[in-house]
Design a binder for this molecule. Structure first.
Ligand code: F3S
Length: 429
């Protein structure tokens, strides 16, 4: 079947079967996917590592495991090593006996065999299971301009915006195919034109906006478009330091989950905005002004879908996306301070902080690890969303400061300050 897309001799040969029938199908899938989005050509994946979104061994995903087996059997393994999203289970995370039974017997029943498949396909190691793969400790940190084949929305938006790499918001499996064959279709956020902002967002708040609410507001307004955000440098400064990167990680995940943003530019801060400034703004871009009232409006409109809206929270998750090392340290100090002010020694609500295995390893080598443990907070590598996918866990009143977790589950959103009050005092007021 003739394709409109221009293919190199090497790409055409793969499509014609030079690397076997299975690899030809992988290439064909990517070409068809690209043509759907008007891609003009296939370009090489240039990043050192890939990242896969599908980390969970849900029993019902049998077609995925069959596909993996076929790829492995026909030696269509990833040309790249890769990291992968967080694991779904950790025995340290509080769950009742019956909830644990549901996890093990009805949900993630294929986890061990799926992990074995991932390792044959090219996963780096057990420490590679995190959505924040771009953190220094993890090491999957693409350089500016590199072409990626990723799908995890919070990682794609971070890589595009904060690192200046180039990646579309692919789906799971498509991103694996790109890593395997080494090419991705050229369209959307891979192109200069597709990286131009069609929205100007003017931040006019009286204080530093909560990252997760600002991101949520922008995501819901611009959906899949690219926003150019002005006025945030007033609160963040212009240095892309660890604190700012942590803020933008949380902000970006909210834009990507409350909307479908894959790239944002922050005036004076993110690499392309520093380099090109307002030349990144497309003709006819629309404007969205965000002030204190707008952030309040957005937050107050989040639905609370708990059966009993006044229920006392049974669990709190912080760390979706996974916390950075500095965020872990800051949370530890803040929880200690909050407990001391309340005359308590342990958190008032079972609380789980989640972070990348490599960050946890670093944190555990410091005195902060014992200090956090003493507060009663559990430190885990899991994905809270996969925990909440358990229908029994989904019925529990769970609170979080993650707007992504709020969007995809029944958990209730509170700001970081409110969460701190809740877990150290037992009430938000
Ligand atoms: Fe990461 Fe899971 Fe949240 S993949 S962004 S911790 S939903």
């Amino acid at each position: 079947m003739p394709y409109k897309m221009e293919l190199t001799a090497e790409q055409q040969a793969i499509l014609d079967g030079s690397k076997g029938a299975t690899m030809a199908k992988v290439m064909k899938t990517l070409v068809m996917y690209g043509e759907t989005f008007g891609a003009t050509k296939m370009v090489p994946v240039t990043s050192k590592m890939g990242h896969l979104v599908t980390s969970f061994g849900l029993g019902v995903m049998k077609p995925v495991y069959d596909l993996m087996d076929k790829l492995i059997e026909d030696k269509c393994v990833s040309g790249q090593q890769f990291t992968v999203d967080p694991k779904p289970l950790d025995k340290n995370v509080p769950a009742s006996l019956i909830e644990k039974l549901v996890f093990k017997k009805f949900m993630y029943t294929a986890q061990d065999t799926y992990d074995a498949q991932l390792s044959k396909l090219g996963i780096v190691s057990d420490s590679a299971y995190t959505c924040a793969c771009y953190l220094d400790e993890v090491g999957n940190t693409p350089a500016k301009g590199e072409i990626l084949s990723w799908a995890e929305s919070s990682a794609v938006v971070y890589a595009n915006s904060v690192l200046g790499a180039r990646c579309n918001r692919n789906s799971g499996i498509i991103e694996l195919f790109g890593s395997i064959v080494g090419f991705v279709p050229y369209f959307g956020l891979l192109t200069d034109e597709g990286r131009k902002a069609t929205w100007i967002v003017e931040v006019r708040t009286s204080k530093k906006p909560e990252a997760q609410i600002l991101g949520s507001a922008i995501g819901m307004k611009v959906m899949e478009d690219v926003p150019y955000v002005k006025g945030l440098d007033k609160w963040l400064g212009t240095e892309l330091n660890d604190g700012v990167k942590g803020y933008l990680k949380d902000f970006g995940a909210a834009t990507a989950s409350n909307g479908a943003v894959g790239l944002y530019h922050i005036d004076g801060i993110t690499p392309e905005a520093v380099e090109l400034g307002e030349k990144l703004i497309a003709d006819g871009a629309k404007t969205y002004v965000i002030d204190d009232a707008e952030l309040d409006r957005v937050k107050n409109n989040y639905p609370v879908i708990w059966k009993d809206k006044d229920a006392k929270p049974k669990l709190c998750f912080v760390g979706c996306p996974h916390l950075t090392y500095n965020q872990l340290v800051e949370w530890t100090e803040n929880v200690e301070r909050g407990l001391e002010a309340e005359g308590r020694t342990k958190v008032a609500i079972p609380t789980v902080f989640t972070s990348a295995p490599a960050v946890i390893e670093k944190f555990n080598k410091t005195s902060y690890a014992a200090r956090l443990k003493a507060t009663g907070v559990v430190l885990s590598y899991i994905c809270p969303l996969m925990y909440m996918n358990n229908p029994l866990c989904g019925k529990k009143p769970v609170i979080t400061n993650s707007n992504k977790l709020r969007t995809y589950t029944s958990s209730r959103y509170y700001t970081t300050d409110e969460i701190l009050k809740y877990i150290t005092k037992g009430a938000v007021m």
